[in-house]
Design a protein around this ligand. Sequence first.
Ligand code: PMP
Length: 309
Amino acid sequence: MAVEANWIWMDGELIPFDQARVHVLTHTLHYGYGVFEGIRAYARPDGSHVFRLGEHIRRLFDSAHIIGLEIPFRQGELLEACLETLKANKLPKGYLRPLVFLGSEAMGLGALNNRVRVAVAAWDWGAYLGEEGIANGIRCKISSYNRLHPNVNMVKGKICGQYVNSVIAKREALSAGYDEAIMLDTSGYVSECTGENLFMVRAGRIVTPPYGSSILGGITRDTVITIARDLGVVVEERSFTRDELYIADEIFLCGTAAEVTPVREVDDRRIGTGRPGEVTGLISKNFFDIVTGASPAHPEWRHTYTAPG
Ligand code: PMP
């Protein structure tokens, strides 16, 4: 996917897209010591909004804190930077990518004094797992790679280098002809996907791995749980094995990029009817009504802004 935009916010100012360059000796490019976010802005009939912007910025700072990285801006400043980047690029909707990384002043793992740099990019991005995936469901494979063990990596942060784990799992799944990989944790329990949290439905109840397990604390995951509970659907947070997935009535994934995407097959086994199920449909409809429709629910999730025409 080629990114098209005119402006990028970098280290405190908006600069033309082509000038947003870094040196090849940028520390983070070599060792992955940096953090990032993925945020979506949506257009609704009553105007544009960034979905749960405050929570995403909070998680960016939490990710940095987890790895001991000091961001040289306040949360409010980066929140404004996100809005400015959308407006400068005249985007009434789109995807935001804040990135915090170390500069190129020194090489080596112990370089302590490199400048901490921050960039925010924004571009128009459609359905991450495809419109067809959202409509009809995708095919997943249990990965041969495990989700990060908490004693080896930091599971609650969006940390650049850790995404190699996701990228190799995703590439493995794609090259085997599947759409997405489901990662187990190192004890063999279902964890999450490469960039999405996972839910299954059985006998009308929604089940998802607990927040305290090796999953990223997804903001869409929290949104889905809240929507389900608003609708009176029971949500259970507990561990489960891959074979429980095979016999689920429904499975769906969620994330900022993937939104709510049904899963129709896992390891070549049909899930339920092989079509997106009723509970998935209900959650998905409510989610999309809140982000792109006219639903008045949860105004606190919408950070409104006006994109110049
Ligand atoms: N798990 C992983 C590994 C992710 O990268 C993401 C995407 N940020 C998610 C889950 C979903 O999180 P969110 O809903 O906050 O985008």
